[in-house]
Design a binder for this molecule. Structure first.
Ligand code: IVH
Length: 716
């Protein structure tokens, strides 16, 4: 705990706390935890360890359990982790959440100003609303989702989505996780009851990072920041929301117990005082010309703003005038959304290129006759994936409609069929990686095709190398992402074996290195020249083969040499080797396909050859706690068991360190005979392999759910 506000070392047990003391401590815990949340989530500069943080939350919980009526509206227990039981409760807005009238053309904007002027008759009013001088607040129109936040006595009591404007959903628990939504209003001069309204949104950078994370995890991507924000807010688990980079701008309000401003501008200033973010680009304009100038200025800046906007909103600044203008149908007469033109344009699709991502995913990219969409030159657009091309029937030579959706990556919306030339060429999605030439495979049910080139593929190499050196793989200290990328770019480590051939003398002279760090890295590398088989397998970064699967493989094959031989046999199409692989509980068809794909590539085998000259891969050793009479034994099940299913039996045997095989051979140690065992029993008898009935098997395996017998170690 460095510099953190430390809690009293000898904390009083909660049961010893008097009511007042408990209330006081809950208040201080709320403030303290909120501060650590802010440090952690927004400033990425936590001051205390996770354990200390958890201790604070636990103490808060314990005290709350003892004094449930003292639970504060801003309690940390309600901030993160309080998941609504199922779905979200409905909330009826006391004042409906209105929508806005839209305008696209300047003429419509001028009509709006004329309409406001014509609404009034009295000369003193007319002086205020003349088109050339009326005070209008102009604000960027954020492309997020609108919400209402009800504060009672300065405390956030309820947060709800707009819904249909009349009824929304209670997403309080999720909104409480946003740092830009104060749990308590700052200052004192707020109405006892006020509903603040505004937009929840995700910045472009946060959106990109989130999607990158999702891509790496193989999860579906969000189409744009708006969808990402909406999806993140409508999470049943607020902890998920808490991890998403959501922000909030306040720009309106609903019910209020007292009037707190005379103009919209003043209201925004109050929001700021109360602890909200208000869009700093909002500007008070005088007259329609200034308002239009603001629109053009914002339109030009649009691409450079950190968030997506889809227009600007004009609001009559004087609240008395707003009140008199009132509303038409569901929109106020005092406001207008001036939207940016739909950013679509047609152009020629010259070609389709394939981009290879860090994780090996192949993404089709449209190469376009350059055109301007939304003020930006576009020459490439995403086609998402193989199926999208077919679904939209996109062919090379087509005229396509391009869209910049919410300012993100341009997309192909559709083809213009009547402009299709006779020689338009359907696109054949490649089954080889365009970067390295390796097979690109698409697993059943997957939308994405992936390159199997792994370490060999330059598009993936840096990422794979990072994985290779990372904690769960080779665990090379001092070889983190930054250095990997640096050394890879400078061609010092183009493949993993080169890590072991780094010349410290060459490193020492590099900028930012020096003798000592070169020597240290060399030592850290040398320390890893002996590596357990499971770590080694994990390090190779074969798609789908992570730590857990690597362990399964290591346990089954035990030695690197055997594993490699078996994989190569399977890759060469030997059915038995493949069957033995699939025999491993936890290895399915698609994992097997990835393994086989890896070994089918000559350059992957070359990388293994190179690594072999540098390393010693250690045989797998069954961890002591699984040492059982079955460890290391090869076992075959045949016939039906009554106490457990075949898959449970296999899993159990493997958990005890046994290899489960499907056919009886001279290498089989035990054959477990269930009911109607069939030919395998005969085979066992013929080869003299020991057989076990179900009872004997259960004795060896331990009853399902019970601890296995620990007598006898492997080899003993
Ligand atoms: S004012 C009665 N101001 O646009 C006024 N809305 O098309 C209510 N929006 O539902 C809205 N930025 O989600 C207002 N500065 C802004 C806005 C804004 C974005 C959204 C909001 C609203 C939608 C209406």
């Amino acid at each position: 705990m460095k510099g953190a506000a430390k809690r009293a070392p000898a904390e009083r047990p909660p049961e010893a706390l008097a009511r007042e003391e408990a209330a006081a401590e809950l208040a201080s815990l709320a403030a303290e935890i909120a501060r650590h949340d802010r440090l952690y989530y927004t400033e990425a500069a936590p001051e205390i360890s996770d354990a200390d943080y958890d201790a604070l939350r636990r103490r808060n919980e314990v005290i709350e359990r003892r004094f449930p009526d003292l639970v504060r509206p801003d309690s940390p227990s309600r901030r993160v982790g309080a998941a609504p039981a199922a779905g979200f409760a409905k909330v009826t807005h006391v004042r409906p959440m209105l929508s806005l009238e839209n305008a696209f053309a300047q003429e419509e904007v001028r009509d709006f100003f004329r309409g406001v002027r014509n609404f009034f008759r009295r000369s003193e009013d007319l002086a205020r609303v003349a088109e050339e001088r009326i005070a209008i607040m102009a604000e960027p129109k954020i492309d997020g989702l609108s919400i209402g936040l009800l504060y009672r006595h300065g405390r956030l009591a309820l947060g709800a989505t707009r819904g249909d404007g009349v009824v929304g959903e209670d997403v309080s628990a999720n909104l409480r996780t946003l740092q830009s939504i104060p749990a308590r209003l700052h200052g004192e001069d707020w109405p006892a009851l006020i509903e603040i309204r505004g937009e929840v949104y995700m910045e472009k950078s946060g959106f990109a990072a989130l999607n990158a994370e999702r891509e790496a995890a193989g999860e579906a991507l969000f189409a744009n920041p708006r969808n990402a924000a909406a999806g993140s807010l409508r999470q049943l688990d607020p902890q998920v929301t808490a991890r998403r980079p959501l922000k909030f701008f306040a720009y309106a309000w609903g019910e209020t117990s007292v009037e707190f401003a005379r103009t919209h501008e003043e209201a925004l200033a109050r929001f700021l005082d109360w602890g909200f973010a208000v869009n700093p680009r909002s500007r008070l304009c005088r007259g329609v010309e200034e308002a239009l100038a603001f629109y053009h200025e914002i339109a030009a800046e649009r691409a450079f703003l950190p968030y997506d906007i889809d227009g600007v909103v004009y609001k009559v600044n004087a609240l008395d005038l707003q009140a008199r203008l009132g509303m038409v149908s569901r929109a106020p007469r005092w406001a207008l959304a001036h939207k940016f033109p739909a950013e679509q344009a047609a152009t020629l699709l010259r070609d389709i290129a394939i981009q290879v991502g860090r994780q090996g995913s192949l993404t089709p990219v449209a190469i376009l006759e350059p055109l301007i969409v939304g003020g930006v030159v576009v020459s490439r657009a995403t086609l998402h994936n193989e199926d999208e091309i077919l679904r939209k029937d996109v062919r090379i030579g087509d005229t396509v409609v391009v869209q910049r959706a919410g300012d993100v990556i341009p997309q192909i919306v559709a083809v213009v069929p009547e402009r299709r030339p006779k020689d338009a060429k359907p696109f054949r999605f490649p089954d080889r990686c365009p970067v390295c030439g390796s097979l690109a495979v698409r697993e059943e049910g997957a939308v994405v095709r992936r390159c199997t080139g792994g370490l060999f593929c330059p598009a993936q190499a840096a990422e794979r190398l990072r994985h290779f050196a990372s904690r769960d793989s080779f665990d090379i200290e001092g070889l983190g992402e930054k250095r990997i990328i640096e050394l890879w770019q400078d061609k010092l480590i183009k493949s993993p074996d080169k890590i072991f051939r780094l010349d410290p003398a060459r490193l020492a002279v590099r900028e930012g290195w020096g003798e000592l760090s070169a020597k240290n890295l060399k030592a850290a590398i040398d320390e890893r020249r002996r590596i357990p088989l499971d770590r080694f397998i994990n390090a190779l970064g074969i798609p789908q083969i992570g730590q857990a699967t690597a362990k399964l493989l290591a346990r089954r094959y035990r030695s690197y040499a055997l594993w490699r031989r078996e994989m190569e046999m399977a890759a060469a199409g030997e059915a038995e080797a493949r069957a033995r692989l699939l025999d491993i509980h936890g290895i399915g068809e698609d994992m097997a396909a990835d393994l086989v794909g890896f070994f089918a590539e000559p350059h992957n085998r070359a990388i293994l050859d190179d690594l072999e000259t540098e390393l010693q891969v250690l045989d797998y050793e069954a961890p002591a706690e699984t040492a059982s009479p079955l460890a290391g034994k090869t076992i075959v099940f045949t016939g039906a068991l009554s106490a457990m299913s075949r898959s449970e039996a296999k899993a159990r045997a493997e958990a005890l360190g046994a290899n489960v095989a499907s056919s009886v051979s001279g290498k089989t140690d035990y054959v477990v005979l269930g009911a109607d065992p069939g030919s395998k029993a005969a085979k066992a008898a013929e080869l003299g392999v020991e057989t076990l009935d179900e009872e004997a098997w259960l004795a060896l395996a331990g009853e399902p759910g019970k601890a296995p017998p620990s007598a006898g170690r492997r080899g003993a």
